[in-house]
Write a new protein. Sequence first.
Lengths: 358, 1057
Amino acid sequence: MNRTAKITLEDGTIYSGVSFGYECNAGGEIVFNTGMTGYVETLSDPSYRGQILVLTYPLIGNYGVPAETLHTGLPHPYESPAMQIQGLIVSRYEDKYSHFAAEKSLREWLVESKVPAIMRVDTRSLTKRIREKGTMISEISIEGVSVHKEDVDMRRVVSLVSKSGIYEYNGDRSMGKRVMLIDCGVKHNIIRSLLKRGVDIVRVPYDFDFSSDDMDCSGILISNGPGDPKDLPQLVKNISFAIKNKKAVFGICLGHQLIALATDGDTYKMRYGHRSQNQPVKSVIENQSFITSQNHGYAVRRDRLPKDFFEWFINVNDETNEGIRHKRLRVMSVQFHPEAFPGPVDAGVLFDEFVDML
Amino acid sequence: MALSRPENVLILGSGALKIGEAGEFDYSGSQAIKAIKEEGIRTVLINPNIATIQTSDGMADEIYLLPVNPEFVEEVIKKEHIDSILLSFGGQTALNCGIELQRSGILDKYGVKVLGTPVKSIMDTEDRQLFYERLNEIGVKCARSRACYSPLKVRDAAKDIGYPVMLRGAFALGGLGSAIVNSEEELDRIIDKIFSMVPQVLVEESLRGFKEIEYEVVLDSYGNGITVCNMENLDPIGVHTGESIVVAPSQTLNNHEYHMLREIALKTIKHLGIIGECNIQYALNPDSDDYRVIEVNARLSRSSALASKASGYPLAYIAAKLALGYNLTELPNRITHRTKAFFEPALDYCVVKIPRWDLEKFAKVEKTIGSSMKSVGEVMAIGRDFLEALQKALRMIGVGVEGLEGETMRLVDYKEAISNANPYRIFAIANALRNGISIEQIYEWSRIDRWFLEQINRVIYYEKLIENSRELSRDLLLDLKKAGFSDNQIARLSRTSPDRISGLREEYDIHPVRRQIDTLAAEYEADTNYLYLSYDSQEDEAITGDKPKVLILGSGVYRIGSSVEFDWSCVNTIERVKELGYETILINNNPETVSTDFDVCDRLVFDEISLETVMEVVRLEKPAGVIISVGGQVANNLATSLAERGVKILGTHKFSLLCDSLNIEQPIWMEYTGREDIDEIIEKVGFPLLIRPSYVLSGSAMRVVRSRESLITYLERAALVSREYPVVISHYEVGAKEIEIDAVAKEGEILVWAISEHIENAGVHSGDATLVLPPQRLYLETIRRIKIISRRLARALKISGPFNIQFLAKDNNLKVIECNLRASRSMPFVSKATGVNYIKIATSVMLGDRIPPIENRALDLDYVAVKAAQFSFRRLAGADPVLGVEMASTGEVGCLGDDINEALLKSMISTGFTIPESSVLFSVGLESDKSALLEYVFMLVKEGFKIYATSGTAEYFRRYGIESETVYKLSENSSPSVVDIIKEGKVDLVVNIPSDYGFQEQMDGYVIRRAAIDYGVSLITNLQLIKALISAIVRYRHNEISLKPLPVSSYRKRQSN
């Protein structure tokens, strides 16, 4: 019943296991996440689009997958309407889940979402391989299966996860503040975090020209998303224009990298990125530290910070840049995820700061 | 807040190991001392627990073996010019002492600053009402509760909240005085007893069936906070977390629940103002995200020791640094050496903790477990699979099972065994599943989450798989190993021999590798050698060096008869082996130990101490030798099997003791192999008889019998369970003194030795006896003969290493009763009392190092050391607190004094004994004992003590002119009853010297003893001990002796002058 399967890395290394998801082969960049809970949120995070994900915690599936509950039209606790990953690799998959909120197993969700998955893989060795060699293009292949999942063109991956059309959401106890949300593959909890604070949102796709129409928004939030920020030159230009127009701007993850590019900063691809729920960051300028949830493979170069900006946060572990802030204007951005989901909610206060700016 | 630079820091220890407060505080105290000391700050420690690592030379700058109470602490504060104090590293004992010091103004008087969590915050967490109010301020939900100061108020509160209610004593360690009560009748039965232990009782809504979840929280004084580890109890609320099977990280929590509780933890701890480390416990509704905070422990705890070992995060060390004012973001991660202490460990394995109970050792004890602690130790197992870790842990607790086996318990009433938690519940669940009872049904009975039940069910799946397969394929065998099945277990299931299974593994090349516990799930490279064995991979991760290697087997689980003293031996052995230029590898699985700390050995394999795993570690390490003689009996028992498999054992490992051929006298003994032996035994050995079942039968107790009937009854029962092992029956010597020698020999020549005498006559287990060093009442002739016999034995056995011999002395006639060729329980005591580290000398011997001549002065010390036993009867509801041939104590203390009186009083106070001031109750069984006591009772009367006595004793006293107030035993059904005057607090001390005649007398005595325990009155049940105590007390009252607050160093100095 369960077919044997393997994952082949770019360097030729092969790890074998057993298929437990949808039966198809798939290719993509392989990355790992060290979070110990939160697979529903992680697997539906659009920033993973195009990637094969290794979960380092060895027991996955324990609490099943919950039913969607809609809140302002957004499925909860999913971070987007669908599973985003290209493939999943785990050590032990636990099919006999137990949780009051669960309505199906992870396996069922994978099959529905047509995502292949392999279990019984030595994920720790695989993780170490990725750590040493960096993220690599990899291929999942299941014995006796010839169907291949469509590859993702990483150069235009944002266009796949950015929702087309313009949508408005009203804040929970609306106080008349309006934010334009540039959707590069936004995680739902960014939207929820603003709504909870009484902010109205206009959600626009990544290619919306907000330099010509601000739709009466006093602030702009540039969301997280997958891929290389340098593949989005038009968006960078639009951001640069908005900053010049003294808008309040907040960037998260990909949004942070885009803001850096829009203000003469630079970005680079990290060897294997940060994907976990335990990344410590600390403020360089004030006494503020957070344990944060992260998911990024690119980072802002510390040695070429945009002028007129100061470095706001750095990573306590490897001292990479985790945030920048304009010296005078209302522009700030962070590499980590203050919206959490999955992960610790410590940095949620940054949304308060942004709302205060508006 | 600026970094605080104190000059003299006082650290309070937790005293003797007791149920609820065990080895974990040696770990936390030792780490704190290291963390403070490396800052160049002077450290002073008060802890009477002589068996600990923290009271060893080279740890604190000054060590006081004194009771941890305000009187002694004040003396030390004065003497040592203490400017700062640490309260959170010595368990509830230290915390309570700290609160008293603050309340009485002593800290202010001497300007002593409390480092870390302020006393105000501690008090907020300890007083349930204050706690409830503080949490209410920030909208955090706490179990509905009311603090009551009288039984009447408790009854009202319970009615208001509605039965069942949970009762909790405030200021209680390990949940002492806690109970779930279902009705008013039940409440009436226990409420007085609870109030005798605690001043305040909290009545709470019962949260039965809720999940129990814990977080370990670390906060610095700048507001940086982290949760280091979360844990989920397999047993739902109602079973104390110390009694629960616990898994880390949580298994059944989704992201929302995990992070909701994490956020509340940080918010709560910040609000309470805690600085350093603490623990927060929750009840979580399994059907919604409704929660309650159960409690916050504003100190290092058993859970934090577990979390520390489970995650690799050195909690106690970091907490001590934070108490000095360090910022979390600047302290390094001691495991990776690359990252910082400000992060939350990501585990890529799971950890299962299982407690060990020794309830079989206690007559009449209540066998269920619940909201108070009864367990005496715990193990931690690590695996990539929950079932693997669970089965490993079940083997580690040493109750004779090979995993989740069936034969250990044949039960019919599953409902009873599964609904009420007990030490065997997990086995009952597995058996119920084997017998077709559904998971749903078991869930209804136990409320254990279905996920865990499904995991247990996997064992049955594998069992069937083995049954249905004609042979073990490589795939199946590998799957079984990954699921935590041992070779022995597989062998039993497939009806073959363990050797056949290990042979098969060899053939298939199935071996475990060592995997790192790196705190970061491999995200960064880590220089750590904290390892566990896993079959999940082929990639071995140990970092090895070029030096020759020595493997040391640790103590494993703490149990009655084997605890922190063996960890002390391990740590000292490791230190010495390192000094001699070897790489040290330790196998141990006890999270409460110092030996498993990140900075003790070169390589730690946190795994089973079994033949199978030791052989696998030997295969991976190829050590020059293995040391099996410092971890206690479990490690020692592996000697022969390891040697047979070609492993080099360092030191002696001979077990045949041929005293007869050496012309050394032993009590007459015979082996019982069948009924036909009975007559001969009775004739040759003679009553009373001491029966010892084979050691492999855990739980079956030694027994003294005095009649043919009881001998037959007992033997029939014993024979049933152990046909292959003969029972040894020896003459039980009455009225003999017991003497021990601890020594180290090299190739049969004794290098160093120390003789201690027991205050109690033979018949009290040596682990429960009060030891005096040097002996005060022995003839020189006896000492000379002990030396001669010991020398002869050492030569005959060619001992190289540590050993211990126990003697009986009667009328200058010596008999050997035991000889252990390994580190003994008393080795830390003699080492610290004499200032000569026996275990380090023994280690040098084992590794063939040259030993400079040692001056042996153990006999002519200028001071006296007394080691006293700590009992935990209060925890063990119903247990008969009487001493006998089975060991019953859970820990020990050792104190020094100018003479035996001073040292004895200090040690007794350290174990919780209160010096009586005005009244003593006597209830003495035997005429001879009454007569022996007369002179001492006279002394008390002269001191103005009021004497109470039970009728027979009172009558005897009257005959000799001692007036006492008669009180009545249970069977006499008259007033005033013994129990009443104990309950009313009219007596300061209860002396009950039992005889062992007749059931009724036994029952009467039991009721008296139990009343003393339950109402918190000091109890002495041994004639020799009470005599020694009365002499000491009288001298103390006459100021002939004083209890001097002197550090160990000052006694040692006397010696060198």
